[in-house]
Design a protein around this ligand. Structure first.
Ligand code: SAM
Length: 280
């Protein structure tokens, strides 16, 4: 059996290629490229003469089957995409699934990925984050995705194309509010920049300036206070004891939790106390 090598390639700067990636691409029997013409620039730069074949979004199922047959016959295959780590918001994922299902060994040679590059330099919290890739194009799925992420307190990362950024910003404004965002453009390239905005400022900016270049959008997660207020706002669906429990889970003492619940419900602390006593 051959092996499948996922090889990360630069996201803009040709020098971001690891020694191991170059060695691997020289040694495998075949390189599956998202766009053979695009990858030729990289392969020529590193004098890699291995044969290539195309593997992209529109042939990913049938081509993955073909490549699996070749690996079963003993060929070692590397997969590279137009930029970054194969399998991250690109067709690499399907080939990995099929190879693993066929019992083929899969390994990944780490290197650049736009999500990590952007997150590491954007200045927003990077301790906990959610990567959404491209938001779904389907209207209903997109609405669901936006609703799902709107309540998340983790930093949100999405990929977006310049011609869709204005529409996406409007949707972010409508669904997530006027949060802090970063637009990380042209990473690793000559005109790399991290633009720090609120969503409304970004909308204004792109009204006056044509959006250009590849971009990653990073959005501050919902603040803990806002998440708490949102949940507390749903107290009408809670019993008095659930309401008090809710505040205690946020770290309040029982006394303070009873006080907060009484205030929300516009009743006396005594009423809360009595209700809890009845339940006990
Ligand atoms: N597999 C890639 C990775 O590991 O990052 C991502 C592939 S996805 C098809 C392409 C998207 O990645 C672009 O639309 C853009 O959002 C982001 N991207 C790629 N290169 C970038 C760069 N140099 N600067 C900013 N964003 C980039």
């Amino acid at each position: 059996m051959g092996k499948l090598y996922l090889v990360a390639t630069p996201i803009g700067n040709l020098e971001d290629m690891t020694f191991r990636a170059v060695k691997c691409l020289k040694e495998v029997d075949l390189i599956a490229c998202e766009d053979t013409r695009h990858s030729k620039i990289l392969l020529d730069h590193y004098e890699i003469n291995t044969g290539t074949t195309s593997y992209h979004e529109h042939n990913k199922y049938e081509k993955a089957e073909e490549l699996v047959v070749k690996m079963k016959q003993g060929m070692n295959v590397a997969v590279i995409t137009d930029a970054g780590t194969p399998g991250i918001s690109d067709p690499g994922e399907e080939l990995v699934k099929q190879a693993l299902a066929a019992g083929i060994e899969v390994t990944s040679l780490p290197g650049p990925s736009a999500v990590i590059t952007a997150l590491s330099m954007c200045g927003l919290s990077s301790r906990r984050f959610v990567f959404e890739g491209f938001l779904p194009p389907d209207k209903k799925e997109r609405k669901e995705a936006l609703a799902r992420i709107s309540g998340d307190t983790r930093t949100l990362v999405i990929y977006e194309a310049p011609h869709r950024i204005k529409k996406t910003l409007k949707e972010l404004m409508d669904n997530l509010g006027d949060r802090n965002i970063r637009i990380c453009r042209e990473l690793t390239k000559k005109f790399e920049e991290v633009m720090a905005f609120s969503v409304s400022e970004a909308m204004e900016y792109f009204e006056a300036n044509e959006p250009k270049g590849e971009m990653v959008v990073i959005i501050e997660g919902l603040s803990k206070e806002a998440a708490l207020a949102e949940e507390a706002g749903r107290w009408e669906q809670m019993s008095i004891s659930e309401h008090v429990d809710f505040y205690m889970r946020q770290g309040m003492s029982e006394k303070d939790a009873m006080k907060a619940a009484a205030k929300d419900r516009n009743i006396s602390k005594r009423d809360v106390y009595d209700a809890l006593k009845v339940q006990k």
